[in-house]
Design a protein around this ligand. Structure first.
Ligand code: NCD
Ligand code: ZN
Length: 347
């Protein structure tokens, strides 16, 4: 049995670090990743290049000395985003991508796009400049069942956008369905998809069967088992279009454990141990590096990391905290529901 694997340092192509006390608490848990796409859904959202640069400075200040993490900033697309601002922020090296949240689709998305026609000039400028659009792919139409919102988004919104703006580089963020996998596979080099750690582990039963478990509630919500299996197939396939975006999304327990609790799983601390477990189960440990360290960088036109990490399989499980402290609050760490024998060491 393989008991040790060495990988180029992994990147996280979808990460929430928040701000203030929460940023200070969670940033050290992502410090061992290389590049990380930082989500802009702060309150208020990060909408200008200047705000992205200032946020980057706050992240750097929150990281421990010697941290590997290189924040890759994003702008939050709104109905009034100025195409010239986006292109300038990209050319100045401030941002790596732009994030599309349909208004109301998820946490802090109230300022998101209400009508895709309003942002068409921005998307055209992005296609021209080669700037990636990271897409939260769920419709918000209350008439659409929550478990269908990703599949309907692909038909109603994503495919029309890609036809209307040829050449636009798109990442389908945190896909959760076989439909998402199939659509990602239908595209060319300008289309990719991130997959989270937790969607490889849980299906919707984890949230709802035998009692309601708010710590497994995230958006897009976990789907049926056949969809989880499609995600595992995609992630472990080695195909260049699929790569890791943890969507590690910390919330205080006081906000999750409510009659109306918020969405997000905090997976930063144990992600690599969980992924090694999943890839080993699938007989695909040799493809973990493609998923976690190589494919995303290649899509974004970046070289692989020069340094390496090592995962070692031991007889005793790795110990992770069940929760961390953020200011006066606690944040629960994602519990995969099985012991984690893969220990992360820096080589
Ligand atoms: C994210 C958050 O908390 O910011 N929540 C989540 O459930 N994934 C937002 C998001 O990525 O949808
Ligand atoms: Zn997210």
């Amino acid at each position: 049995m393989t008991d040790s694997i060495t990988l180029c340092r992994p990147d996280d192509w979808h990460l929430h670090l928040r701000d203030g006390a929460m940023l200070a608490a969670v940033a050290p848990h992502s410090a061992g990743f290389g590049r990380a796409i930082i989500m802009p859904n702060l309150v208020p959202p990060v909408v200008t290049g200047a705000q992205a640069a200032a946020y980057r400075d706050r992240i750097m200040a929150a990281l421990p000395p010697g941290a590997a993490l290189q924040p890759q900033m994003t702008l939050y697309l709104t109905d009034t985003t100025d195409p010239a601002d986006v292109v300038a922020a990209y050319r100045d090296g401030i941002i790596r991508a732009v994030k599309l949240y349909p208004a109301g689709a998820t946490t802090n998305s109230a300022s998101g796009v209400t009508d895709i026609d309003k942002v068409r000039p921005v998307l055209e400028a992005m296609a021209e400049a080669g700037i990636t659009l990271c897409v939260h792919g769920e419709v918000t139409d209350p008439a659409v069942d929550i478990f269908d919102r990703e599949a309907v988004f692909i038909d109603r919104v994503l495919d029309p956008i890609r036809r209307a703006v040829p050449g636009l580089r798109v990442v389908m963020e945190h896909i959760t369905t076989a439909d998402g996998v199939a659509y990602a596979r239908s595209g060319g080099d300008d289309l990719a998809a991130t997959i989270t750690t937790h969607h490889l582990v849980i299906n919707r039963n984890a949230i709802l069967a035998g009692g309601i478990r708010p710590h497994y509630y995230c958006l897009p919500v976990a789907k049926r088992e056949n969809h989880r299996l499609a995600l595992r197939d995609a992630a472990t396939s080695g195909e260049a279009r699929f790569f890791l975006g943890t969507d590690s999304a910390p919330h205080p327990d006081s906000a999750k454990l409510q009659p109306c609790g918020c969405a997000g799983c905090f997976t930063a601390p144990n992600t690599m141990s969980i992924l090694a477990h999943v890839f080993e189960q699938e007989g695909a440990l040799d493809r973990l590096e493609a998923f976690a360290s190589l494919n995303g960088a290649a899509f974004y036109g970046l070289p692989p990391a020069e340094d390496r990490i090592r995962l070692i399989r031991r007889d005793r499980p790795a110990e992770y905290p069940t929760s961390i402290t953020a200011g006066d609050e606690t944040v629960t760490v994602f519990d995969p529901g099985f012991p984690l024998y893969w220990h992360l060491e820096t080589a």
